[in-house]
Design a protein around this ligand. Structure first.
Ligand code: G1P
Length: 294
């Protein structure tokens, strides 16, 4: 029997330096895409993938995230007395949908280090990792696509995307061989090696790791075993590379569009695309864009 993925870890203790000054006093996870904070997109992706147990790894200055997923009596009361039923439902849904717990990462020592903070809360079961900077628009939630692969092979799976060479140094990059899966050979890969943020000339391929992972619990021991890597930080990629010594790790080229919402340009693109898709805003916004002198 392959254990079910019930928990998702959200590393959210980073300083958000790519988005200063907006992130000086506000967590980057709370930047709104249209009207929903980034982290809520990730949380909803979990819910739609059947994962309801959310573990958020926070740090100093991140209390707005905790407040966001908490019950706000004052706000609910106000909306109820004003008879704003739809808004009230939306606000209630946020806190009602998930079972959320928090763990502190006292120092920002890297993504691997952040994931390791969740070891006790995860326990000995498979779990997801979601980087909320990576917002993915897809028919089947990206995490669900990875869980389907996990449930088939019982092994760790990371999300992959092809990235042009000039941008490859911003990612973890894999050396991998294609595997037949569901009658096609162009989505699933068995990973041979991986490297965090290589120079373009050292990149083993154009397949980059995107911020969605389904991991088996042995990864914690692997992260504990690695030394600080790129940038002097404990890297999740290095932990996964260590895991490869004893377990298979797969990569899945997911179906969907990914936005790097932790980057200003990526954030703008995501805002426009998501606003255009909205029933309540899309038409007027499209009209507005049409009339811009570009
Ligand atoms: C992290 C990971 C990297 C991955 C990327 C995806 O890097 O370390 O392997 O490719 O997320 O977004 P970061 O963007 O946090 O520097």
């Amino acid at each position: 029997m392959i254990a079910k993925v019930r928990k998702a870890v959200f590393p959210a203790a980073g300083l958000g330096t790519r988005f200063l000054p907006a992130t000086k006093a506000m967590p980057k996870e709370m930047l709104p895409l249209v009207d929903k904070p980034l982290i809520q997109y990730g949380v909803e992706e979990c819910i739609h993938s059947g994962v309801q147990n959310i573990i958020i790894v926070t740090g100093r200055g991140k209390s707005a995230i905790e407040d966001h997923f908490d019950v706000s009596f004052e706000l609910e009361n106000l909306l109820a007395t004003r008879n704003k039923k739809e808004l009230l439902q939306q606000v209630r849904d946020i806190s009602g949908m998930i079972d959320v717990s928090y763990v502190r990462q006292k120092e920002a020592l890297g993504l691997g280090h952040a994931v390791l903070r969740a070891k006790e809360l995860v326990g000995k079961e498979p779990f997801a990792v979601i980087l909320s900077d990576d917002v993915i628009d897809s028919e089947v939630p990206c995490l669900r696509q990875l869980i389907d692969v996990y449930e088939f092979y019982g092994a760790s799976v990371v999300a992959l995307m092809e990235v042009p060479k000039e941008f490859i140094s911003a990612y973890g990059v894999v050396d991998a061989e294609p595997v037949d899966h569901n009658g096609s050979k162009n989505r699933l890969y068995r990973i041979r090696n991986m490297v965090e943020k290589p120079k373009p000339e050292d990149a083993p391929s154009n397949l980059a790791i995107i911020g969605r992972y389904v991991l088996t619990p042995e990864v914690f021991t692997s992260i504990e075993a690695v030394e600080p890597g790129k940038g002097g930080e404990i890297q999740l990629t290095d932990g996964l590379k260590h895991l490869l010594r004893s377990r298979p790790v797969y990569g899945y080229k997911f179906e969907g569009t990914r936005f790097d919402a932790g980057d200003k340009l990526g954030f703008l693109k995501a805002t426009v695309e998501f606003a255009l898709k909205r029933h309540d805003l899309g038409n007027e916004f499209r009209e507005y864009l049409r009339h811009l002198k570009l």
